[in-house]
Design a protein around this ligand. Structure first.
Ligand SMILES: [Zn+2]
Length: 207
């Protein structure tokens, strides 16, 4: 494992790594410079490749605590991180309402697990509950902005994709490519009202 130092500088350019997760390999997008061995060589890297290098254990960030990644992250075409998705099983305890539980999960992920504070956060709870937060300036963590049952939406992906997470992944793939009928769009008003649909159009997903 190589220990790297992030410069913190964000610029526009082509990624120097271009892993298969790269979001800055075709045209210039947001990249950052890091210093890596040997001899503090500068490497320009996009956020998705940086995340991938850390995930695979090839790189570690100097002095950083081990960061828990979100299950899925979605970037806009400009390389900006827009959405973090966490996929969970429903709670076994019944002493809190699902909404209270979801809010607790989100708080714990943000405060303790180092989940990136993205403009949008989606908690997808098996088998068909979505909780969506849109980031505000408020420092306290509020209940989700949208809490929707997505039974029909998930149902569509069940025959082809065996696991819940892969169903969410397949839906996100369709979403960023806007592969929906008008009927489907009408059935998902929260996607449009929240601005999420627009934020991730033609974006890319990192697992
Ligand atoms: Zn890259």
């Amino acid at each position: 494992m190589k220990t790297i130092e992030p410069s913190g500088v964000i610029m526009k350019g082509i990624c120097g790594l271009q892993t298969d997760k790269c979001v800055a390999n075709q045209s210039p997008a947001a990249i950052t410079a890091v210093w890596a061995p040997p001899g503090r060589t500068q490497v320009d890297v996009c956020a998705a490749c940086l995340q991938e290098m850390i995930r695979t254990g090839e790189w570690e960030i100097q002095g950083a605590r081990i960061e828990k990644r979100a299950d899925l992250t979605v970037y806009a075409p400009n390389g900006k991180l827009q959405l973090a998705v966490e996929v969970k099983q429903p709670p076994s305890i019944k002493s809190v309402t699902p909404l209270q539980w979801a809010t607790q999960v989100y708080r714990n992920l943000l405060v303790h697990a180092g989940i990136p504070n993205t403009p949008y956060f989606l908690l997808a709870v098996f088998p068909d509950s979505f909780y969506l937060w849109k980031k505000t300036d408020s420092t306290s963590i509020q209940p989700p902005d949208y809490n929707v049952q997505v039974t029909d939406l998930i149902h569509k992906y069940q025959p082809k994709y065996p696991g819940f997470e892969s169903q969410i992944m397949a839906w996100l793939q369709d979403l960023i490519k806007s592969k929906f009928s008008t009927e489907e769009k009408i059935s998902l008003p929260w996607l449009f009202v929240s601005g999420l649909y627009e934020a991730i159009q033609n974006g890319s997903i990192v697992k």
